[in-house]
Design a protein around this ligand. Structure first.
Ligand SMILES: *Cc1c(COP(=O)(O)O)cnc(C)c1O
Length: 397
């Protein structure tokens, strides 16, 4: 057997990139392990005990995922993650309604997988309206209402943004969509397990969830698909007809079991954990503001995920700052463009000047963040900013 690739470069590096991914909670990993080995059955094997055990565990997990969002178990379709769930929801609904109501409405700050799904639909001839957002990152409800017409089948607005953590008014959007009789989908990858969400109260018809954003394993997620009134959509993967025919393929029972456990854990301490992260965030921001000038918060500070900060350090290019603090895992938050000099399309959608957008860094706190780490991070960032400003970082030129 070849040696596993587990470098130890991340040793002693403080992780503050919880919007990129989260570690699997050890308690979730624990319940997954037997399903790789002794309980390895195919959950679709209906003729013997191996299959029954795997199936029972998968169905328990389905109920756990459903519980967290106020849904019924049979409304949960397992997918490989939120990317696949978003593709299935958006293309699936639009393609099913291609003849009578082909149009989809969404917003500029959506995740790339939503925007690219919309581009694919456009190439297929679907009308697509992508609305701008206000300077605080929130969708303009009047503009949204105006954009929905007779030919619209679907509105897709994310719950919380992955770069700036801004939380959209889902209940208001849901009420509007129900009134206008269009389906409402939300990419809730960043929000599920972090803030209370309820598919009934928010009148959601479809919602995408990702396991690895809520302390579950990578490679698993779900699409909530409402049954009453029934959402009609076209499948993306054909095969044995699993998952109500919407997503064929053998279900990865170990991942699903871990995902279910992670949903349970997230639901248990959600409010307390949100308050704890909010306090840690205030502490970090207070320390930075105390130590250096020219620190600005991007995106609304009130309607925001408790574990998210997106900060511009004026006069300092984000990539320079990130490189200057190698013992801190922070990012620009726009993974696709982080290798290039182009600034984030999310920040540009807020109308930020190029210089401010290019100096923006995302700091993501999470379940394993400690007050000691906050103090250390503030010190490292402040020192690096002072040094880079003295040297004249690229963003200042
Ligand atoms: C991470 C993320 C995704 C993609 O989720 P995967 O499960 O990794 O495919 C989609 N949307 C948002 C908002 C995300 O943060």
């Amino acid at each position: 057997m070849t040696k596993p690739v587990t470098g130890n470069r991340a040793k002693n590096v403080i992780y503050m990139d919880y919007q990129a991914t989260t570690p699997t909670d050890p308690r979730a990993l624990e319940v997954m392990l037997p399903f790789f080995t002794e309980a390895f059955g195919n959950p679709h094997s209906v003729e013997h005990a191996y299959g029954w055990d795997a199936e029972e565990a998968v169905e328990r997990a389905r109920a756990e995922v459903a519980d967290l969002i106020g849904a019924e178990a049979r409304e949960i379709v397992f997918t490989s993650g939120a990317t696949e769930a978003n593709n299935l929801a958006i293309k699936g609904v639009a393609r099913f309604h291609r003849e009578r109501a082909p149009k989809v409405v969404s917003v500029e700050t959506e995740h790339k997988c939503v925007l690219e799904s919309l581009h694919t639909l456009e190439r297929e001839g679907h009308p697509v309206t992508i609305l701008p957002v206000r300077p605080n990152g929130l969708v303009d409800l009047d503009a949204l209402a105006d954009a929905i017409d007779e030919s619209t089948c679907l509105v897709s607005v994310m719950a919380a943004n992955n770069e700036i953590g801004v939380i959209q008014p889902l209940a208001e959007i849901g009420a509007l969509c129900r009134e206008k009789r269009v389906y409402f989908h939300s990419d809730a990858a960043q929000a599920v397990g972090k803030i209370p969400l309820d598919v009934e109260a928010m009148k959601l018809d479809l919602m995408s969830i990702s396991g690895h954003k809520l302390y579950g394993p990578k490679g698993i997620g779900a699409l909530y698909v409402r049954r009453r009134p029934r959402v009609r959509l076209t499948a993306a993967i054909d095969g044995g007809g699993q998952e109500r025919g919407l997503r064929s393929g053998t279900l990865p029972a170990p991942l699903i079991v871990g995902f279910g456990a992670a949903c349970c854990l997230a639901g248990e301490g959600m409010l307390e954990e949100g308050e704890r992260l909010g306090r840690l965030r205030e502490e970090l921001l207070g320390r930075l503001w105390g130590a250096i000038e020219g620190v600005e918060v991007n995106g609304d500070m009130e309607r925001r995920l408790p574990g998210n900060l997106n900060l511009s350090f004026l006069g300092v290019a984000a990539e320079d700052l990130i490189r200057a603090v190698p013992s801190l895992a922070i990012s620009t938050g726009s993974a696709c463009s982080s290798a290039s000099v182009e600034s984030s399309y999310v920040l540009r959608a807020l109308g930020l000047r190029e210089e401010r957008a290019r100096s923006a860094v995302r700091v993501g706190l999470g379940r394993f963040t400690t007050p000691e780490e906050i103090a250390k991070a503030a010190e490292l960032i402040a020192q690096a900013v002072i040094k880079l400003r003295a040297e004249g970082s690229a963003a200042a030129q």
